[in-house]
Structures are given as C-alpha cells and as structure tokens.
Design a protein around this ligand. Structure first.
Ligand code: FES
Length: 75
C-alpha cells in the first residue's frame, strides 16, 4: 500500500492510503463534498473511497472490488 501525508503537520494529519486494486483509505479531519456542494456525512474516522466504480454506495467502497478481482483472476 502507498500512503501520502503532510510531513509538516501533526495529529490533524490527513492520510490517504492507496489499496492495491481497492479503495483509497482516508484518515483524518476531512470534509467530503458531493457534486452539488453539500457535505457528505462521514460515519467513521476512516473512510474508504471507491476507485473501481463498482460500488453501490458511491463514493464509498462497499467491497465490490473484491468480487471483481476474483472474477478477473478466474478468467
Ligand atoms: S474500490 Fe471497493 S467497491 Fe470499488
């Protein structure tokens, strides 16, 4: 996994971790905004943002990427 964080900040760091073939894990004090400019309620301290476009709960990951990976490896 690859992570990017601001080396000049302290506990208010926002960290984004790229999961191979999976979501972006976002940790820290961030505000998600939808396409209309409205904040999206964040229910957990760490959020997983979908990168595979297969989720049914966009923009969050719902685990569908795991099924896609299995399907691709079996063909
Ligand atoms: S990255 Fe997990 S459902 Fe898309």
């Amino acid at each position: 996994m690859n992570s990017v964080s601001n080396p000049q900040s302290d506990n208010d760091d926002v960290t984004i971790t790229v999961c191979p073939d999976g979501p972006l894990l976002v940790r820290g004090p961030v505000t998600l905004i939808d396409a209309d400019g409205n904040p999206i309620k964040k229910e957990r301290p760490t959020i997983a943002l979908c990168r595979c476009r297969g989720t049914s709960i966009a923009p969050f990951c719902d685990g569908t990427h795991k099924k896609r990976r299995r399907r691709q490896s079996s063909t």
